[in-house]
Write a protein that binds this ligand. Structure first.
Ligand code: ZN
Ligand code: ZN
Length: 681
């Protein structure tokens, strides 16, 4: 390589009266100036102190009619950014003087200036054009030192470089190591064999490419259809496993709730892109593992990756699932800061998240701020009111929605009917159900009939509830029989309840809810023999009542309690507090209500079981550790039992605390001894 040419810059420009702006300089540069003119512009840039302008310098390099002059400018730049070097190297690699790209490389390398992965492909292309094998090998070695030799684009560049230098074996070695090959890499290698006259090798590789492409196409298809066994079989045969096929497997497993299998592949991947992270996060969010979804989201951030809207939606839904308000607020701020605040789907998801985290005010705050609202926004808000037992607002928003000429859909009606049924608004619910069919021409589905059965059932209109079941045009499913059965249980209607539970078990013999409810009905009637038989049946089938579990979030930490849990590090203090609360409550007439306990225990033991329900433990933890005025927020996976409901009401009065409990379907806001559900849940 010859010595670098020296720059010859004329710093004197006779025509220069006032200093030009960068804009005028850019304009002049873009008009293909002559070398003399370009030198003048260069001088102006230096004099006017614009020499730090990345754009101006780049234009100067790219528009110079003399490549040696460009090179001399570059060699005098104090600290060229990798992006500028890359653009210049690419320019040179395509020019009549590709060897100049090597001067650039030498300068950067010798002075220890940063070179990134994007500089390598054009650099290798320049080497290929000058057939500089020694330089190419040196660059290969340097790339290896930087850990870039596994980057698919660098590898493709290396294959092309070795082939251009007549080194087919070296090229093939790099090619075989590639973990991801796109069509460009395959064709460069096949082309290389052809150019070297190695037609058999070319043909063999061509067949391999076809096989690999068909395999990966088939595998992706199986994965997206959920035929994970077939997909996994093909995936196992594949070598190398590239980013695209691995991501397809992760998405396939996640979508079909096989989260452990998805994670296995996810963890084995060397390189992951956002699509892959997003698939994994939404997999956790939808598989009842919201905490893991949020943990993975934190990891993604710590890697400096920016989530896209799909990932954000998964994270928001995970937070909604978890029901933790502090985390919800944080995610809201994060979404705003990262430019997601204006997106309609994000705002709709935020409404749902805040509602499920117990803050109706914040859900409403998001709704009010929205500049554009669609049917999902309105439906989410109506649902928010419904699950918080605010039937008045649910109905008023339903009317406002219609005034705003937003047409309600089937989901909207589920929310409105739910609100009516939980508030005991039988007439209103009936009217709305009729309007859905007659005015809005929406054919009711199972969930609508379920709401109607619930509406009548809760109001102790069991005859009307049964009439719905008997006259509905669809075959009643488990949801319908389940609603009827639950209503019968609330009102102690054993005969009809037993009938409903048996129909339910015909449809789903393993339905644990039906078995439990049936045994509850027998338990209430003290038919202990029937209870025993059912429990035996359940044991035999390996079914047991889902364990009650309550969560409470305090100081950004989530604490989980099971029934009679003694695993918490503050367990002793919690049970001490529980004893204290019980004795305080007994002074105002509290007595444990054991009606929800289905096991055949002595009355004394039953009382103990009720007192150790997980939400009572979470409540005591909140009483010990929360601030005096702060609201205690608990998320429970099952329906709150009658005893816990009374307990919470009394604590809210005696201890002057606000308590918010989210159970399986709705919220209870306890304040001054009352609950927002008006004891109707
Ligand atoms: Zn309870
Ligand atoms: Zn309540």
């Amino acid at each position: 390589m010859s010595a670098l040419p020296q720059p010859t810059i004329s710093l004197v420009s006779p025509n220069l009266k006032s200093l030009p702006t960068p804009k005028t300089l850019l304009k002049t540069l873009s008009s293909s100036p002559s070398l003399t003119h370009l030198k003048q512009i260069h001088a102006q840039i230096l004099r006017s102190n614009h020499s730090h302008s990345h754009t101006l310098i780049l234009k100067l390099l790219l528009f110079s009619p003399s490549l040696p002059y460009s090179l001399s400018i570059f060699s005098h730049l104090p600290h060229p950014l990798p992006s500028l070097s890359t653009r210049f190297v690419r320019h040179l690699s395509r020019s009549s003087r590709p060897e100049f790209a090597l001067f650039v490389y030498l300068r950067l390398r010798n002075e220890g200036i940063k070179i990134d992965r994007f500089t390598f492909p054009p650099l290798l292309k320049a080497v290929a054009r000058v057939e500089g094998l020694a330089e190419g090998k040196e660059i290969h070695g340097f790339g290896f030192k930087l850990g870039l030799d596994s980057d698919p684009f660098v590898q493709t560049g290396l294959v092309g470089m070795y082939l251009a230098c007549g080194r087919v074996l070296e090229a093939r070695l790099v090619f075989d190591k590639m973990s991801y090959r796109d069509i460009v890499a395959w064709s460069i290698m096949i082309d290389g064999y052809c150019l070297s006259g190695l037609f058999d090798d070319a043909l063999e590789l061509f067949e391999e490419m076809k096989r690999a492409n068909i395999e990966s196409a088939l595998m992706t298809m199986y994965a997206s259809c959920g035929c994970m066994e077939m997909a996994q079989k093909l995936f196992n045969q594949m070598a190398p496993k590239n980013l695209v096929v691995s991501t397809a497997m992760v998405s396939g497993y996640s979508r079909h709730r096989r989260i452990e299998d998805a994670r296995l592949i996810f963890d084995q991947m060397v390189e992951k892109d956002l699509v892959c992270w997003s698939a994994m996060i939404s997999g956790y969010a939808e598989s009842d593992q919201p905490q893991e979804a949020l943990r993975l989201f934190n990891e993604l951030q710590s890697l400096g990756m920016r989530p896209d809207q799909v990932t954000m939606l998964s994270v928001i839904s995970a937070c909604a699932h978890l029901g933790v308000l502090e985390k919800a607020k944080w995610i809201h701020v994060y979404a705003d800061k990262n430019g997601f605040g204006g997106a309609l789907p994000i705002n709709n998801a935020l409404i749902d998240m805040y509602a499920k985290c117990g803050s109706l005010e914040r859900a409403r705050g998001v709704f009010e701020k929205m500049t554009r609202r669609n049917v999902i926004s309105w439906t989410s808000m109506i649902n928010a009111f419904a699950i918080h037992g605010d039937a008045n607002n649910a109905l008023s928003f339903f009317h406002k929605m219609k005034e705003a000429h937003v047409e309600p859909n089937g989901v909207t009606f589920v929310g409105v009917l739910y609100a009516c049924s939980h508030a005991g608004l039988v007439d209103e619910g009936q009217r709305i159900f009729a309007s859905m069919i007659n005015e809005h021409k929406i054919a009711p589905k199972h969930e609508h009939y379920g709401c109607m059965v619930d509406l009548f059932g809760r109001a102790n209109l069991l005859r009307e509830a049964l009439e719905i079941v008997e006259t509905m045009p669809l075959a009643p499913n488990v949801v319908i029989w389940g609603s009827l059965m639950a209503a019968c249980q609330i009102h102690g209607e054993t005969e009809l309840g037993e009938f409903a539970a048996k129909r339910l078990l015909e449809l789903e013999p393993d339905h644990d809810g039906a078995l439990v409810l049936l045994s509850n009905i027998y338990a209430k009637e003290k038919k202990w023999q029937d209870v025993g038989e059912l429990r035996h049946l359940m044991k035999e089938r390996g079914i047991s009542k889902e364990k009650g579990c309550s969560r409470i979030e305090l100081n950004n930490e989530v604490h989980e309690f099971l029934m009679a849990d003694r695993n918490h590090k503050q367990a002793d203090k919690i049970y001490e507090k529980l004893d204290e609360v019980i004795s305080q409550l007994k002074l105002v007439g509290y007595f444990p209500n054991t009606r929800s306990v289905l096991v055949d225990l002595e009355e004394e033991e039953k009382r103990e079981v009720v007192l150790w329900h997980s939400e009572k433990l979470a409540l005591c933890y909140g009483l010990i550790n929360g601030g005096k005025d702060s609201c205690i927020r608990i998320v429970k996976n099952l329906r709150v039992c009658e005893d816990c409901h009374t307990f919470m009401k009394l604590v809210s009065k005696l201890y002057g605390r606000e308590i918010v409990v989210r159970d399986r379907t709705r919220f209870h806001h306890y304040k001054d001894g009352l609950c927002s559900c008006k004891d109707y849940w």
